[in-house]
Write a protein that binds this ligand. Sequence first.
Ligand code: IVH
Length: 700
Amino acid sequence: MTTVKKTDSTSLDEARARAENLRTAIAYHNDRYNNLDSPEISDAEFDQLVRDLRQLETDFPDLIDETSPTQSVGATPGATFEAVRHRVPMTSLDNAMDSSELGAWGDRVARGLGGAEATFVCELKIDGLAMSLRYENGVMVQAATRGDGRVGEDVTPNVATVAAIPKTLPPGSPDVLEVRGEIYMPLASFEALNARAAAAGTQRFVNPRNAGAGSLRQKDPAVTASRELSFWSYQLGEVVGGPEFTSHHETLEYLRSLGFPVNPNIRQMATRDEVESYCFHWRDSRHELPYEIDGVVVKVDSLAQRETLGFTSKAPRWAIAFKFPPEERNTILRNIQVSVGRTGRATPFAVLEPVFVGGSTVSMATLHNQDQVRIKDVRPGDTVVVRKAGDVIPEVVGPVLSLRLPDSVPWEFPTTCSCPLQSTFLRVEGEADTRCVEPECPFQRDQRIIHFASRGGMDIEGMGERTVFALADKGLVRDYAGLYSLTVDDLLTLEGFGQISATNLFNAIQGSKDRPLPRLLVGLGIKNLGPSAAEALARAFGTLDAIIGASHADLATTEGVGGVIADKVVNWFSDPAHREIIERLRAGGVEFGNVVVSRLAQNLAGKAIVVTGGLEGFNREEAEAAIKDRGGKSPGSVSAKTFAVVVGNEPGASKLTKAEALGIPILDEAGFRFVLETGGLPPGSGESTGDAGDVPPSAE
Ligand code: IVH
């Protein structure tokens, strides 16, 4: 009997050949991911291979067979560890890539339950390694990886080194208890591990997931112990002699009562809308967590309903993984080039085969400096992992070494600048940066003007890179002071400029003359002088002339400035060429001092106060200004260094959770006023109000 379905141009033979190719590729990449902890393709590309195969099997049902990777999970375990047969299989999860696929799953659940209402438990999908922990008579006797779902690997001695995992259970625990969860490497451990690798000159780990999985599959448990892994439990396996449960959230509470770590962000959800909001919330807030997640797992709460829904061959019908858009992709590193900045710093950057990752197409990424290229050992022609996480700038994480071309050679930093002067590149011993040592280098000159006119500087609208290059090429400007001598007629000579655009740009230049002093200071391009130090100088001295006339000691003792910046400021203004530029700026009519000097006591100097949610007496800008006027900072996120978190109406949940977890004092508006007045904390607020680890799954 033949059930060939698809009748377009693809023949069954072609489809079979393609399915075979896909299966071979999937098996290969499964092995690299699960057994070698060294994937060659990103998770997103792997998922796509499986989806392509599934589509082919849907189109040509004759191709389905039970050994297909669409019907099983993971990889057959390797030979390094003893095999462990799972008494209750460790299944995988089906994926939903967007809200319509999530909705389709919700529909399937509703149909499967014959229209009965379901409630859900939403959990974070931890990007780690699935683990099954087996306890007999209250003692941990075995820890096994998932393997292919039926047979995993015995990694007990290694898992025994993970401090978060209980080794014994309280009296009265079940005769047999299997706990499933995810072993993961917290970001802090990952960063520390890579810092150690960099110091030792060894290859860095690409991401916490690979590092964590690699750390577990060590022959020597002492190595695992040094890697600071952790664990979240989320599911029961075999249980003999334990209590009866009717819902998933009860099992989680039970796990917590036995001493297992259960993630504090797990929530019960009554409706599909709430589920969707939870998914979107964590998609947008994933980077606020101190560990990596790659999605949300949605589970039907009622165990009776789970029974009704059952399993497919590889995954439960009662759960779905809502996957976040990928933040890591592989691509080809076409070349490494060097750009020269306004201070002469020569920065290597990667020219990439464009790749869509983290919500945008990435075709270039900085490689920072010579050492970074050497440490990462990326070479033109390599397949590289590119990561773009949230608002963070894209990064080339490292090469996929197994795909390196045989004739590849390490990249060498060029010895000369590619500018027309071909000036020398020099790296001073003990410094990370390589520099172009010719101050007249046209690349540097152009970048200084671009910086002066940029948003952070004098903010001259329309004076972007291209216009600056054109003005410099025509010899109309040789430094930024020259911008104020430009006439409309000069601007009219630029390609693409007409009367209106030239007049607009002329007006924008003229309009920038009375920018506040901190902007002018930033625009001058003094090394190390960023916006906050510029603001501190402007507040302390009031005018540019007062800063120029100030002694090194006066500058260095200004709060927020310090010795290093004072050195740079004194040096910069003592250069006759710079003094000449300053005089030309003055002659051009640029305002040298219009800043309101704060007369308030600087009682929050050095303190960071995070404000979240709405306050009665202050809008966001006012609250920030009140902190800054007293010398403090008001960053957008909570860290261990935060002095206090002020919480108003509808605060950001993640900021609050993080503050609680870190034990940062949490203040209401009255507490905020107290801090503003005194610089200290109100009595009784020195400790956090709760422990995030104790929050039960709730129907908030
Ligand atoms: S439940 C039968 N819950 O995701 C249900 N899995 O892609 C089995 N994972 O193999 C899994 N966080 O390694 C579940 N909160 C969570 C999870 C989670 C991460 C992993 C797990 C699983 C994989 C499926």
